[in-house]
Design a protein. Structure first.
Ligand code: ADP
Length: 547
């Protein structure tokens, strides 16, 4: 027997209308590429979004059409998120840090109809435009006075909105209609498109609002440093409106001093981003001897948050939420809000737990399997590949049958490529990406664990652990490190000594290679792929000695 309840499709336009109706005074504050700060209330935001929606329709955008964005975090990008999806189009966010080759592939593969870009990204288009579809319409996200010179025809965003009505009856369609498209950074092969639906986006927004309860308090200000151009800024463009948060958008200025100043001035309570961003902010906090005035909550994810970073924030009375997820999961899968019983535990124990990747979000199931596909227990000891299932997880890839066929196992679970354990309290511990694990003498060493403890050494600013070829042990771990400013570089013996507090002797790295910077991926993670390329000529010390 079916329940007798109404069925309203879960559409993104309802999130907008709800936010505006419930919190008309909430604001979106943006650092603009024009160089100033722009403020709009949710009501003004809605009016402009509606104007954009009308303009998009005038340019022929229909249900299912892809409209690309190449933009920083800012109010116009937010307007695009809602304006495009609201009329049934697909907001295709593009990461400006992708290589030209990937960029060309993605735009052609998606067959975008229009491409909206910030002035900053004009050079990207200049460089690749001959390889993009001839009928692609470019719109530069600024006003007439700031329109840059371009060798390609481009419309002006503000002119496009001018004179358009501020009223609309949002169309109603099936909630399974696509609303967003984001390609994985594709460390191997071509990038693959995760095609989000209105339903999955709506559910994901609700899901994180109930998990990360510290952030989502009406009237608080949130700083999404995590980009809108990739993985939907972890859902903040939607969940902020559900809770009535003031959104503070950093634009292109994501260095420590700029973030500190913005957070201070806008009284930001909660800030979300990848660990590399927080390293910059923590350095500025140290320099100034205080934290930004109202700062009390940070969400870290995208790669493992080093224990030393979590400890530094918690000592400043900034509560850390350590999240894990991926493009294919909308993207959040687990979240590090602490259980009630943790309040009784020591500071050290709480940091230990916060270093784990948290517990699963509502509606995201997790399973661990061994190499033969057998399920492993969640006992905190068994380590296996992590599979996920839920309404916010991809069922395949956009226009990519080959990758879609491989994405799910026979029972319909998505293989994450991460190797993990889960303890009896439900805490996930990501050991590594399967391809980054270091295999020494048939035993595995977690590169993440090595890196994290190495980065806790005061003389180390950044450290990446990789495996290098060894005739006897197959692979041996080495560290590639950036020294902290003004610090004396520790010797390998000193580093091994430091690491031996948590690692067995055979797990300790054999060498440190000092570099000025560790190459990052398009999403701000250590790029092990490029690191391995850079170290192509590296020879293990033992082999050097015998040579
Ligand atoms: P991108 O964001 O670069 O497109 P993916 O979606 O491929 O990347 O990134 C997802 C991967 O990032 C996960 O499979 C995992 O390996 C890693 N990751 C994300 N969050 C964490 C975390 N908190 N701890 C450890 N690894 C993480």
């Amino acid at each position: 027997m079916k329940g007798m309840m109404m069925h309203q499709p879960l559409l993104v336009s309802e999130i907008l209308e709800f936010g505006v109706g419930a919190y008309p005074r909430a604001e979106i504050v943006s650092v603009r590429t024009e160089g100033d700060i722009h403020r709009e209330t949710y009501v003004e935001f809605r009016d402009r979004t509606v104007q954009l929606a009308h303009a998009l329709k005038k340019h022929g955008v229909e249900l299912g059409d892809r409209v690309a964005t190449l933009a920083w975090n800012g109010y116009r990008h937010m307007e695009l998120y809602y304006g495009i999806s609201g009329i049934g189009g697909i907001c295709h966010t593009i990461n400006p840090r992708l290589s030209a080759e990937q960029f060309i592939y993605i735009v052609n593969h998606a067959e975008d109809k229009l491409l909206f870009l910030d002035t900053t990204f004009v050079p990207i288009i200049e460089a690749v435009k001959d390889h993009l579809p001839k009928d692609l319409v470019y719109v530069i996200m600024t006003d007439r006075a700031h329109m840059p010179e371009t060798s390609f025809d481009a419309l002006c965003y503000e002119e496009m909105l001018e004179g358009q009505p501020t009223e609309i009856e949002w169309p109603v369609f099936d909630e399974n209609t696509a609303c967003g498209l984001c390609y994985t950074s594709g460390t191997t092969g071509n990038p693959k498109g995760a095609l989000y639906s209105h339903r999955s986006t709506y559910l994901h927004a609700m899901m994180i609002s109930v998990m990360q309860t510290t952030t989502f308090q009406e009237g608080a200000s949130v700083l999404p440093v995590v980009p809108l151009f990739h993985v939907n800024a972890w859902g903040l463009p939607y969940s902020s409106l559900i809770s009535g948060l003031n959104m503070v958008m950093p634009g292109p200025a994501m260095d420590g001093p700029s973030l500190f100043k913005l957070m201070d001035e806008e009284k930001v309570f909660s800030a979300w981003g990848v660990p590399t961003i927080w390293q910059g902010l923590l350095a500025e906090i140290k320099k100034q001897g205080r934290k930004p005035e109202n700062f009390g909550d940070v969400v870290v994810g995208g790669s493992a948050a080093p224990r030393s970073m979590i400890e530094a924030f918690e000592k400043l009375d900034v509560s850390v939420g350590h999240a894990w997820g991926m493009t294919e999961m909308s993207p959040v899968g687990t979240h590090g809000i602490m259980p009630k019983w943790m309040e009784e535990e020591s500071f050290e124990t709480r940091i230990d737990y916060k270093s784990l990747q948290g517990r699963r979000c509502l509606g995201v199931e997790l399973k661990l399997v061994d190499e033969d596909g057998n399920r492993l227990p969640h006992d905190g000891k068994a380590v296996g590949e992590l599979f996920v299932r839920g309404n916010t997880v991809v069922s395949g890839y956009f226009r990519n049958e080959e990758a879609s066929e491989k994405a799910l196992d026979a029972d319909g679970w998505f293989g994450t490529g991460d190797v993990a354990s889960i303890d009896k309290d439900g805490f996930l511990s990501i050991q590594d990406r399967a391809k980054d694990l270091i295999k020494s003498g048939g035993e595995w060493i977690s590169s993440i664990d090595l890196e994290n403890l190495a980065m806790a050494h005061p003389a180390i600013a950044q450290a990446a652990a990789i495996g290098v070829k060894h005739p006897r042990w197959d692979e041996r771990p080495i560290l590639v490190a950036v020294a902290a400013e003004g610090a004396e570089k520790p010797s390998i013996e000193e580093m091994r000594d430091h690491l031996s507090s948590e690692f067995a002797k055979w797990q300790l790295p054999d060498d440190i290679v000092w570099v000025d910077a560790i190459p990052l991926t398009a999403t701000g993670k250590f790029s092990k792929l490029n690191l391995r390329k850079e170290l192509a000529d590296y020879v293990h010390p033992e082999l050097r000695e015998t040579a």
